[in-house]
Design a protein around this ligand. Structure first.
Ligand code: 2AM
Length: 475
């Protein structure tokens, strides 16, 4: 292990628990000594104070896991290792690297006869210590050399480890990125439920806690609903709910944004994650929001009606939105697999996310089963299981979006998911007008419903622009 920040240290201790003797190195070598004298005291962990000494401790083929800061630190660490490595040695990057960096590094190291693995690891520091979700991709020939260790330290559900081979070069880090994007979405969906209950219904934290606890015993059973339940029940020193003392500006580290950027590049409608990223962005415009709040008037946020019905409809909105978000996430994975040449197994991916990671849930077990039954399923919305779940949730979902709109409570995740759903199930959308407009002002041409695809037409809309299509058309 190179890199002894908290994730690196905890992964070492986890491996030590599973009978693996681990050698460790850190750029600031004092950290090696602190670790050996502290958490690693009494273990079989071996410390080194130089890269050369560290490499000399390893059996061949050498298996080197990097847990250093994503970006230049990974390249710098690889460069410092290269003089001491031999063909067949394996470098694994377990940080949150951008997948395009992992594609580049895999090419670079494979060209030298080395193996490279870009490995997504999720679960935070607790996961690293006691069982994360691990998503390795890159040089597949390396996999047998570390499979047993990684699968032993990973979380497992029903005896199946939450770690399996993902695909070539950047596939593991891409999967981790999409995991994080979906995590942004899951969190936003729950934040909107809190807003509807708290602002819309005026519910107290005890009551909201009961609702989340109840949701956690049904199809929404998940780590994020569980911690949200606990957050509702947590009091500040003065006994008031701690949640209300927390400043409403959400931070981000970038993996949600990367997911959306990739979805744009690949032409995929990952709309719910995009809205979740934008919701964080808007939240961070604190000063602007504060000044606008005194100027821009909206409706009273109180939602009228039977609170039990409204909360039951809210559950439907959360569940249906979550299904749409995962449908969009797997559409993105499908497009990425085609674009980058990865052979992704969606059932296995859902299995890896079932435990250990932040989005772990009962839902992912169901998703695993749906893809196992039909690996070529074009979209989970078209499966019997999720299709009928959305059909059942649909009315409550629509009522929730409508109520929130009337009360002036933003529900970008629910409403964007619903718009996606209504577009996806429409055999005719309004893009005919978009094409007409494009042809009108820019002579960009259009196809016709009564002619073959691939035949392009231009209309001289104004009678003054001439009949010449495309760039030399002047209105
Ligand atoms: P450090 O303790 O010497 O700072 C998380 O920050 C981990 O990444 C730490 O182990 C840190 O080492 C390491 N790291 C950050 N930048 C690095 C660099 N340029 N080269 C090597 N390791 C680096």
């Amino acid at each position: 292990m190179i890199g002894l920040a908290v994730m690196g240290r905890n992964l070492v201790l986890n491996m030590n628990d599973h009978g693996v003797t681990v050698a460790v190195y850190n750029r600031t070598t004092a950290r090696v000594d602190e670790f050996l004298a502290g958490d690693a005291a009494g273990t079989s962990v071996l410390g080194a104070h130089s890269i050369e000494d560290f490499v000399a401790l390893l059996r061949r083929p050498r298996r080197i896991l990097l847990m250093v800061k994503a970006g230049e630190a990974v390249d710098a660490t690889i460069d410092s290792l290269l003089p001491f490595l031999d063909p067949g040695d394996i470098v694994i990057d377990g940080g949150n690297s951008l997948f395009t960096d992992s594609i580049r590094r895999t090419r670079q190291l494979e060209a030298m006869g080395l193996h490279y693995v870009g490995c997504g690891i999720s679960g935070g520091k607790e996961g690293a210590r006691y069982g994360p979700s691990i998503m390795p991709g890159g040089s597949e020939a390396a996999w047998p050399h570390f499979k047993d260790i990684f699968q032993s330290i990973a979380a497992s559900v029903d005896g199946r480890p939450c770690c399996d081979w993902v695909g070539s070069d950047g596939a593991g880090h891409y999967l981790k990125m999409v995991h994080n994007g979906i995590e942004y979405g899951d969190m936003q969906v729950l934040a909107e439920a809190y807003d509807v209950m708290h602002r819309g219904l005026g519910m107290g934290h005890r009551d909201m806690q009961k609702v989340f606890a109840d949701w956690n015993s049904g199809p929404l059973d998940s780590y994020l609903v569980e911690i949200t339940t606990n957050i509702m029940g947590t009091a500040d020193d003065d006994g008031d709910p701690l949640l209300e003392k927390i400043l409403d500006t959400a931070s981000q580290k970038g993996t949600g944004k990367w997911t959306v950027v990739s979805s744009m590049d690949l032409g995929q409608p990952t709309t719910l994650v995009a809205e979740a990223v934008y919701a964080r962005v808007i939240s961070s415009l604190l000063e602007q929001r504060r000044s606008a709040a005194g100027t821009l008037v909206g409706p009273d946020s109180a939602i009228a009606g039977d609170p039990n019905e409204i909360v039951s409809d809210l559950h439907a909105a959360v569940y249906a939105s979550k299904i749409v978000s995962y449908a969009q996430g797997f559409m993105l994975l499908d497009a990425a697999a085609a674009e980058f040449g990865w052979d992704l197994d969606f059932s296995s991916i859902a299995a890896m996310w079932r435990g250990g990671c932040i989005i772990r849930s009962r839902f992912l077990g169901e998703l695993m089963d749906v893809y196992a039954a039909d690996p070529d399923l074009p979209n989970i919305l078209l499966s019997d299981f999720f299709g009928s779940a959305v059909a059942n949730a649909q009315d409550g979902w629509r009522r929730t979006v409508a109520r929130a709109a009337i009360a002036g409570i933003p529900v970008p995740a629910y409403s964007s998911a619903l718009s996606f759903f209504d577009s996806y199930r429409s055999d005719r959308v309004a893009a005919n007008l978009i094409q007409a407009q494009r042809d009108y002002f820019g002579a960009h041409t259009y196809e016709r419903v009564d002619r073959e695809r691939g035949e392009f037409f231009h209309t001289n809309w104004t009678g003054t622009g001439g009949n010449v299509a495309s760039t030399n058309y002047n209105v």
